[in-house]
Design a protein around this ligand. Sequence first.
Ligand SMILES: [Zn+2]
Length: 320
Amino acid sequence: MNKIILALLLTAFGTCLLATTQTSQRQTSHKTIALTFDDLPYNNPAGGNFLKDAKRVTDELLRVLKAHKAPSVGFVNEGKLHAPGELEARTALLKQWVDAGMVLGNHTYSHPDFNTQTIRQFQDEIIKGEVVTRQLMKAKQPYQLYFRHPMTHTGDTKEKKEAIEKFLAERGYKVTPHTIENSDFIFNTAYVRAKLKKDEALMKKLREAYLEFNFAATDFAEQISPKIFGRDIPQLLLLHAIDINADCLDEMLRRYEARGYRFVTLDEVMSDQAYQTKDSLVAQRGPTWLWRWNKSLGLNLSFKDDPETPQWVMDLFNQR
Ligand SMILES: [Zn+2]
């Protein structure tokens, strides 16, 4: 091909690319997302040295959050603090979150499934689960208290659901929704087992599949939100304080930034009108709030494009 024509073509192509990039940046620069982490101080389904592993994961999550200027709320299971001789060291992990400017929320004392609990038992779990957290957060007052139900099981009967919602509201808590759930806990179970076996190849494969799945779930949330609310809404990602996130968070946040996302506080997301929508779903499962709002508003949109966790990852998860 003639060099001049090639140069002209390349210039035209470049201008076109530039225009596309600028348009997509303009279109996406309003995108916001808040990050939340459950099961603090740390969860490892495969066992190991809790303190050592928890310290590494805490350090890394906070380092990455700070580097990306991403605020976050961490939901605590205070029952995890009470290991013989380790109360102080485990509490220090939570203090790291507070010192890094993050907010601590309540995820119950021992992570029970509300489906198997009475209202009274669950209330006790909430009260017992806020003792150390409130103390650590004292200097940050006033701040919004947040609660997240374990497994986001918000009540398998209308009576239970409404009783706990009322109880939480009276104690000053807001129930924390989520719009994106990436099965991190399932990927992580396979991941930490692979780590114990020093299977680097499988670990890499799981990290890549996890990130891919996270953004497939994000794609779906972006696609269904305007169908529910007639516009884009701030997204709310549910993560856990686990190894796979320590090892993937930096790349995950980079990719969100590349998609035009800005990381904002949970308070900011919760102030959006969409999040004032009542969730009236009564179920044993713990689906995203996008599904709950879809049902609560009587829309019955199809969620068939909501991605499923890859089967090979489920198989690894189910292996004993
Ligand atoms: Zn949890």
